[in-house]
Write a protein that binds this ligand. Structure first.
Ligand SMILES: [Zn+2]
Length: 204
């Protein structure tokens, strides 16, 4: 099981979590910037999170009953695949995976038509980071259209400070609260600390 300190070390090493003075897409300022997708560049480190999820899942649900792991694009895809692979290996029987992506017209996360989901599957949903939980909730709604039973939601980072809930078992490996300031009330600006430059990659 990863400890909080170990997680923070991984996040710093991989560029998932940066400290500085950031201008966010919303226009607000923050001393911390999360680029959760950066973890996908590091399969071995990503697998440490998968190990932790698996360990907790084994305590909370019967992993033999899990039919499929589903994550929202893009952050949830590598995580869903890796967790499905690990569960398949652990029990010697395929655990399937799928992902949701934004519908071009509605902008809502929908199951990809590539995946032919039967009704009544037992599903675990995974995501790299949530703030309001919108993508995860839309993924769950999309799965409910297939009468899926959501056994658990696994999060790498819960930035809601622990306030999100999805009406099922919630496994969050790192819980924190997003700190943001209006640009005219920012204590970092008041100290004349320059904005931290972000690479194109980190901005995404
Ligand atoms: Zn500022």
């Amino acid at each position: 099981m990863l400890t909080k300190i170990e997680i923070e070390t991984i996040f710093t090493e991989t560029g998932v979590m940066r400290e500085g003075h950031f201008k966010l897409k919303s226009g607000k300022h923050s001393p911390v910037y999360f680029n959760a997708k950066a973890i996908q560049q590091y399969p071995m480190k990503l697998n440490l999170f998968i190990d932790s999820w698996l360990e907790i899942l084994k305590q909370k649900v019967d992993i033999n009953k899990i039919d499929r792991i589903v994550g929202p694009a893009e952050g949830g895809i590598a995580l869903a695949y890796s967790l499905a692979e690990r569960i398949s290996e652990a029990r010697g029987r395929e655990c399937l995976m799928a992902y949701t992506s934004k519908d071009k017209d509605t902008g809502i996360m929908q199951l990809r038509k590539n995946f032919d989901l039967p009704n009544d599957e037992n599903i675990v949903v995974v995501e790299d980071v949530v703030t309001t939980g919108g993508s995860v909730q839309q993924t769950i709604d999309s799965l409910h259209e297939k009468n899926a039973n959501i056994m658990a939601v696994c999060l790498m980072v819960d930035r809601s400070g622990g306030t999100v809930g999805f009406g099922t078992e919630l496994i969050s490996l790192y819980t924190t609260e997003a700190i943001t300031y209006e640009s005219d009330e920012c204590p970092l600006c008041n100290k004349n600390i320059p904005l931290t430059a972000m690479s194109n990659n980190a901005k995404k």
